[in-house]
Write a protein that binds this ligand. Structure first.
Ligand SMILES: Cc1cc2nc3c(=O)[nH]c(=O)nc-3n(C[C@H](O)[C@H](O)[C@H](O)COP(=O)(O)OP(=O)(O)OC[C@H]3O[C@@H](n4cnc5c(N)ncnc54)[C@H](O)[C@@H]3O)c2cc1C
Length: 315
């Protein structure tokens, strides 16, 4: 067995990559198939994911749009649809600022395909990101709409927005390497998108996992304490039983013996407003210590990147 400390990575590098690269990199965490990524792999991976309806993968990339419209009626129709899972602001009378994930935009169109402003948005997205939108618009031959002008904001432009807009429209992904108890708590934060290593798909007896189970070092016990030795013995015994069960059963059956201490990887993708909410709850002394172990240093790093948003919390 392997024992590692909990850690995290803010996905800065992926934010500057194309939507397809970002979404593939996140999606492969479920299967731990990152070794299959190459220059050609994103397209087929994404087509397969969308075909099979594993739509949460398509939540892992957002697009911010500036939408100008020439009549108030277009705005009413749009708001009348009560768009879900999308951030909408109206910085000027004839302008909307909209941020949504690939999934949110796809479903917005699927559910409201007669609304002119949504048609305009989807026509723009289909032209710019055919990989993600051509399947849902192909049958209808969607065209840009008169009276609706759509423009994509770059990440730099989003980061220059006033702070009240920045917090809603800037999304940040964080990959945690932590135990299953912590991820069980993290996934309670409903406005986030999540993708997590799957114990149903991963067979830890395989070479790529070192033929062993990885556990997260519990921060509760000093390494030379009697409690730590007892914990380590329990993990060793569990690993033996898990590997034995794998000889005659599937990973999903064998995993039933795996404990909370198992290492898992999870990507949490949310806007800065939700990250503020998470930090308020998860750095508090009332929070679970293993959660604080990752959230406190994460807040410090977020405050370096976005001082106007997090400095007060960090202080
Ligand atoms: C110290 C601590 C102890 C805990 N103990 C327990 C426990 O014993 N048992 C347990 O079950 N859970 C427990 N939890 C989890 C807790 O109840 C919440 O589920 C979790 O913290 C998610 O936070 P949230 O609901 O405030 O907001 P999130 O899910 O992060 O949502 C953010 C915001 O979105 C809005 N929102 C999201 N969904 C809805 C909705 N459906 N309706 C209305 N508004 C919504 C709210 O404004 C909310 O503030 C604990 C959490 C902490 C921090």
């Amino acid at each position: 067995m392997k024992v590692i400390p909990a850690s995290f990575e803010i996905q800065d590098d992926l934010d500057r990559q194309s939507l397809a690269v970002r979404i593939e990199a996140c999606g492969r965490i479920c299967y731990k198939s990152e070794d299959k990524i190459d220059e050609e792999s994103a397209g087929p991976f994404i087509e397969k994911i969308l075909k099979h309806g594993h739509n949460s993968v398509a939540e892992m990339g957002v697009v911010t749009l500036k939408v100008e419209f020439d009549s108030e009626k277009l705005a009413w129709q749009f708001y009348g649809c009560q768009p879900r899972f999308i951030q909408i602001d109206r910085p000027n009378r004839n302008e909307l600022l909209i941020t949504g994930s690939v999934r949110a935009y796809r479903e917005l169109y699927r559910e409201n395909s007669s609304i002119k402003l949504i048609k305009g948005i989807t026509a723009f997205l289909a032209g710019r990101y055919p990989l993600f939108f051509s399947d849902i618009v192909a049958r209808r031959g969607l065209l840009p709409q008169t009276g609706v002008d759509v423009e994509k904001l770059s990440l730099d432009e989003v980061e220059k927005l006033p702070v009240d807009l920045l917090v809603k429209h800037r999304y940040v992904g964080v990959k945690f390497y932590t135990n299953r108890a912590v991820t069980h708590e993290i996934v309670r934060h409903r406005p986030c998108s999540f993708l997590q290593e799957s114990q149903r798909y991963c067979r830890y007896s395989e070479d790529k996992f070192g033929s062993e189970v990885t556990f997260i070092k519990p921060m509760f016990f000093a390494e030379d304490s009697a409690e730590y030795k007892l914990w380590a013995k329990a993990m060793e015994d569990t690993e033996k039983i898990y590997l034995k069960l794998l000889e005659s059963s599937t990973p999903q059956a064998a995993r039933t013996v795996l404990p909370n201490s198992c290492k898992t990887e999870i990507i949490v993708y949310a806007n800065l407003l939700e990250w503020r909410h998470i930090f308020r709850l998860r750095i508090s002394p009332a929070a679970e210590p293993s959660m604080r172990e990752v959230m406190i240093p994460l807040l410090k790093e977020m405050a370096v990147r976005f001082p106007a948003v997090f400095e007060d919390l960090e202080a």
